[in-house]
Ligand binder design. Structure first.
Ligand code: FEO
Length: 172
């Protein structure tokens, strides 16, 4: 069983993970519109990962005998001014998600629910990776001034990113 407080907080986080999926799809669409296929692919894969994050929590709530209530998703930002600015915004978003996972963990600790604490550790670790990957990408983009041949090279590199459900589950 989950306390009402924890169930509500987990439902809020499920909504944020689905919103992350939506936001990254919007970013992917922007990159498609400026013919940067690698960046479009990167954010498409990122969106699939966010779907996995949401569903992992969705299933957990039910495993715990709780109930998922889906809420409306806000409209994501669709227009972006630059490649580097978009990446920086995704990093900002991940920092916000890290904060919300930390707050969720605080509630689980307060409610003394060890199974939720254990479950959320995966998300705590995942956020470290999420922020690190984007921080490196922002740094690389700054090195090349976000343009020119450097931009095309990074775009080509990002084309190879794939969503691997088996690997995600193995790390679960
Ligand atoms: Fe599910 Fe990117 O945090």
């Amino acid at each position: 069983m989950l306390t009402q407080k924890l169930q509500d907080a987990l439902n809020e986080q499920i909504n944020r993970e689905f919103f992350s999926e939506y936001l990254y799809l919007a970013m992917s669409a922007y990159f498609e519109s400026v013919e940067l296929e690698g960046f479009a692919n990167y954010f498409n894969v990122q969106a699939q990962e966010e779907h996995f994050h949401a569903m992992k929590m969705f299933n957990f709530v039910h495993d715990k005998g709780g109930r998922v209530y889906l809420k409306a998703l806000p409209e994501p930002k669709n227009e972006y001014q630059s490649v580097i600015g978009t990446i920086e915004e995704s990093l900002e978003h991940e920092r916000f998600i890290t904060e919300s996972i930390n707050k969720l963990m605080d509630i689980a600790i307060k409610e003394n629910d060890h199974s939720v604490i254990s479950f959320l550790k995966w998300y705590v670790d995942e956020q470290v990776e999420e922020e690190a990957t984007l921080t490196k990408l922002v740094a690389k983009m700054k090195m090349i001034n976000g343009e020119g041949l450097g931009l095309l090279t990074i775009d080509t590199e990002l084309l190879s990113r794939k969503f691997d459900l088996a690997a995600e589950k193995a790390g679960a």
